[in-house]
Design a protein around this ligand. Structure first.
Ligand code: TYM
Length: 335
């Protein structure tokens, strides 16, 4: 008789607070696709997280749908991956509240993303911004995943998720699977092209390459990328002394699959002037099919609606199993 092996599970999400960029792609999405044979995969648009910062409603709606089209264009086949919108699965908010009560003030105060975001939004340091990691823990733990593929900046939130899950399990027994973050070797920390000491982010658009951007705009950004003030003009991997070049090399490595040594050999004797447009070209060619496919999918709203409806149904079915268990364990009277 054929043995039935339970697939491991993978889950991750991205906030539709801005257009998807190369950091999101290399740090996260690229590592989500092609996994569906091996893993049972859940990926979502984290719209509930975005309102910790004020959003324009029409833009949020548009970006959520665009993000779904881009997920599919990046190779996430909706037949094989569960793709959904966070706010469509009410169990996230419900478990989020429960986990708030098992997450400590001190733990939340140590989160670097909270510190950064509250410094940037001094006029709107709301409760949601502070308790956000408890909602993120709920996003993850509801689905009992084995792996959570994220970029380096989400490592701390994933570690907090594990701590909260362990705390809960130590009181009530094995309710939650303890998930592992999965952080890629290259691309986990893509830095801004024009300020390599900061991570690439939509808030600094000149140093940020968006998935849907026109090739000529992408190439312009790479040609203007900050290299280094040294006079060496040599493509060598030295993140401490040459952070701009190291960043470009890690982008090139992530999109071509080449090692740093191979890249150094390829550009030996050539300066930054030859290197930068080559990186631009490689990125353009990686993003071209994604942009074209996403634009095509966005013309078919009915298809996208079908995908997110089906995804929410499948996600809610799984999420509900965990939520029921949690409610029972903590002593909520069954309906
Ligand atoms: P978010 O929306 O800021 O980013 C989404 C993903 O992109 C990665 N990323 C980067 N990776 C490399 N270089 C960069 N410059 C870069 N910028 C962003 C992030 O590490 C992340 O993997 N809290 C999460 C969203 C979230 C989530 C979850 C993730 C909500 N619930 C549950 C996983 C599981 C966030 O704000 O990521």
């Amino acid at each position: 008789m054929e043995e039935i092996v339970q697939k491991k599970r993978m889950l991750s999400g991205i906030q539709p607070s801005g257009d998807l960029h190369l950091g999101n792609y290399l740090g996260a999405i690229k590592n989500w696709s092609g996994r569906a044979e091996q893993f049972d995969c859940f990926y979502f648009m984290a719209d509930m997280h975005t309102i910790t910062v004020r959003q324009t409603p029409a833009d949020l709606r548009r970006r959520t749908l665009e993000q779904l089209a881009q997920y599919i264009a990046c190779g996430l086949d909706p037949e094989k991956n569960t793709l959904f919108v966070q706010s469509h699965v009410h169990q996230h908010a419900e478990l989020g509240w429960v986990l708030n009560c098992y997450t400590m003030f001190g733990e939340l105060s140590r989160m670097t993303q909270f510190k950064d975001k509250s410094a940037k939004n001094a006029e709107n340091i709301n409760g949601g911004l502070f308790t956000y990691p408890a909602l993120m823990a709920a996003d993850i733990l509801l689905y009992q995943p084995d792996l959570v593929p994220v970029g380096h900046d989400q490592k701390q939130h994933c570690e907090l998720t594990r701590d909260v899950a362990q705390r809960f399990n130590s009181i009530y027994g094995d309710v939650f699977k303890i998930p592992e973050p999965y952080i890629p070797e290259t691309g986990a920390r893509v830095m801004s092209l024009n300020a390599p000491e900061s991570k690439m982010s939509k808030s600094m658009p000149e140093g940020c390459v968006f998935l849907m951007e026109r090739p000529e705009d992408i190439q312009r950004k790479f040609k203007r990328a900050i290299t280094d003030s040294d006079t060496e003009n040599c493509v060598r991997f030295d993140p401490e002394n040459k952070p701009g070049v190291a960043n470009l090399m890690s982008i090139y490595a992530a999109v071509t699959g080449k090692t740093y040594e191979e890249i150094e050999t390829e550009f030996a004797g050539q300066g930054y002037g030859a290197f930068k447009p080559k990186v631009g070209e490689a990125v353009i060619e990686t993003l071209r099919p994604i942009r074209e496919e996403a634009s095509r999918l966005l013309k078919d709203k009915a298809y996208l609606e079908g995908v997110y409806r089906g995804g929410a149904e499948r996600a809610a079915y799984e999420a509900e199993k965990t939520l029921r268990k949690v409610y029972k364990k903590i002593g909520f009277l069954a309906r």
